[in-house]
Write a protein that binds this ligand. Structure first.
Ligand SMILES: Nc1ncnc2c1ncn2[C@@H]1O[C@H](COP(=O)(O)OP(=O)(O)OP(=O)(O)O)[C@@H](O)[C@H]1O
Ligand SMILES: O=P(O)(O)OC[C@H]1O[C@H](OP(=O)(O)OP(=O)(O)O)[C@H](O)[C@@H]1O
Ligand SMILES: [Mg+2]
Length: 282
């Protein structure tokens, strides 16, 4: 039975649960449930703190897990990222009051507050910068106001939390993070089950990022129409009862849906229909 670690709380938990449900797995009914067996899919879910997930997977206690790339790197765990999951995107950045620092070198000799001490220490070492790292559990933006640090390093999504504290980011982002699937380098007999999980999650990512588009177009325009909707491999072109027309079916990137419909309409295509893809294996 494949043993999967899933965030039990925090920013990652709801999206991770949604993604697993879309991939056909059982969801938990109660947020206090810590272990859940999904016998039909031969998997067991362990609901854990995202920070601990890399530790369990790295030690081999659990086979795979969902966590943040930033948490994986911070942990120093030997677990490896196998797949980016497309949610909880953020950057990990230094910030300070305006004028205090403009590059990582300016941190030398200062105090840096963070919940990601491993990540920050290795970044500072890579840049040959000596600083005192103050390890905090959360709400690190307040550390400067309260006088325990000169600089912070934290997760930035919209930047609202920083702005509210009168702070500004500086230097290059330390990391671009998002939710990731992690596992060990060698999974032994668990590898086939890990492959099935990866294919299912990849199916969810594809189903989310594409729509299915159908339309009718005059036969003489089909090449131009297919150039607008090339699909992943090649569009399906089917004859219609009216020999002057064909029906075309193709996958289109979701973010291009309306632009492609406009272009098809301009070309002369009609009955342009768009449907969601519920699941897929490419
Ligand atoms: N505002 C945010 N936007 C996107 N990702 C975020 C955000 N805040 C935290 N994360 C991501 O969530 C993960 C941390 O999850 P964790 O549950 O430990 O903390 P949290 O989401 O801040 O929850 P809490 O603060 O309630 O403990 C990291 O991968 C981090 O990048
Ligand atoms: O750029 P923003 O959109 O403002 O998001 C970033 C903030 O979100 C997270 O905080 P959270 O609310 O999880 O609190 P925490 O710092 O206590 O973890 C993160 O630690 C940042 O503080
Ligand atoms: Mg937080």
């Amino acid at each position: 039975m494949l043993r999967i670690a899933v965030p039990n709380k925090g920013s990652l938990s709801e999206s991770a649960a949604d993604m697993l449900r879309e991939a056909g797995y059982r969801g938990r009914r109660d947020s206090k449930e810590l272990v859940l067996t999904d016998a039909a899919n031969d998997v067991e879910f362990f609901f854990l703190r995202p920070r601990d997930i890399a530790v369990y997977v790295g030690s081999g206690t659990l086979d795979v897990g969902i966590t943040g790339r930033d948490l994986l790197l911070d942990s120093g765990s030997p677990a490896v990222e196998v797949m980016a999951l497309g949610f909880a995107a953020s950057t990990f950045r230094f910030a300070a009051r305006p004028g205090v620092a403009s590059s990582v070198q300016d941190i030398d000799g200062k105090r840096v507050a963070t919940s990601y001490a491993g990540l920050v220490q290795s970044h500072l070492a890579d840049h040959g910068v000596g600083a005192q790292v103050v390890r905090l559990d959360g709400a690190v933006e307040t550390a400067i106001t309260l006088g325990v640090a000169d600089v912070i390093a934290d997760v930035v999504e919209t930047g609202t939390t920083l702005r509210n504290q009168g702070l500004e980011t500086f230097g290059e982002p330390i990391l671009r993070s998002e939710a990731v699937l992690i596992t060990r380098e060698h999974n032994g007999s668990a590898q086939p089950a890990v492959d099935v999980l990866c294919r299912r999650l990849q199916g969810v990512l594809t189903a989310r990022s594409y729509v299915m588009m159908d339309y009718d177009v005059r036969v003489e325009l089909v090449e131009q129409a297919c150039a607008l909707t090339p699909g992943l491999e090649s569009p399906t072109v089917s004859p219609l009862h009216d020999k002057g027309y064909v029906a075309v079916r193709s996958m289109v990137p979701r973010h291009l849906t309306n632009r492609v419909m406009d272009e098809l309409y301009e070309l002369g295509a009609r009955a342009i229909l768009v449907t969601d893809i519920a699941a897929c294996r490419l």
